[in-house]
Write a protein that binds this ligand. Structure first.
Ligand code: ZN
Length: 219
């Protein structure tokens, strides 16, 4: 049996947090328990410095969230696809945002040749993004610049992967309002940036070989 007394700080801070929320709105948890109706699905990195709700200052119930190492949307990831399906078909979210962040450790590891064990198979998704856009990295002199460009490109490719899911495409075919966004977060100043590609219909999906948006690579 797990002994909660080993982690007293977390349970004490939970009690304080719940009380603070109740002080602001005594009915908050009662209302939240009845239903969730978020308008947004956030697909982000598992990095502890990128907490979804806090960054956009939203309360519990306002953001449906899926996080993994380096915000990857892989075609055979049933976990991620199940989240997308529930968000789109049941919750009927209007926006899906893939949110990366500069200095991502997963992206940095994908740029290295070193072996990291099991996770190498996951990072392969990001290595594929690198090899697809390899020519854009040649003019960059520092590894930090390469990491940050790959962070941006990874967001773009993963949001296009969202657009290529049958779930999202079927929603668009059925006339459901659904917008897919690519954002990146800067840990150094807490600011989110829109990478400028929003897809809201089947005929807006960029081709696999479309040129990069001009603003990429300049923070
Ligand atoms: Zn990360």
């Amino acid at each position: 049996m797990c002994d909660h007394h080993l982690l007293p700080d977390l349970f004490q801070s939970n009690q304080r947090w719940a009380q603070r929320i109740k002080d602001q709105d005594p009915e908050f948890f009662a209302k939240l328990a009845q239903q969730q109706s978020p308008e947004y699905l956030w697909i982000g990195c598992a990095d502890s410095r990128v907490p979804a709700n806090e960054i956009v200052d939203l309360l519990p119930g306002e953001l449906f969230v899926h996080r993994n190492v380096a915000n990857v949307v892989s075609h055979n990831d049933f976990n991620c696809h199940s989240v997308i399906q529930y968000a789109v078909e049941v919750l009927k979210v209007k926006h899906i945002m893939v949110v990366g962040h500069y200095g991502c450790g997963g992206v940095r590891a994908a740029l290295e040749d070193a072996s990291h064990g099991l996770i190498d198979n996951w990072l392969r998704n990001i290595k594929d993004v690198y090899f697809k856009h390899e020519q854009h990295f040649r003019q960059l002199s520092s590894q930090d610049e390469r990491v940050d460009l790959l962070c941006e490109l990874n967001v773009m490719e993963q949001m296009i992967n969202v657009c290529h899911t049958t779930i999202v495409q079927n929603a668009w075919r059925a006339g459901q309002e659904l917008h897919v966004h690519g954002w990146i977060y800067d840990i150094q100043d807490g600011i989110l940036k829109d990478l400028g590609l929003c897809v809201s219909a089947l005929d807006q999906i960029p081709s696999y070989h479309a040129p990069l948006p001009a603003q990429l690579g300049c923070r």
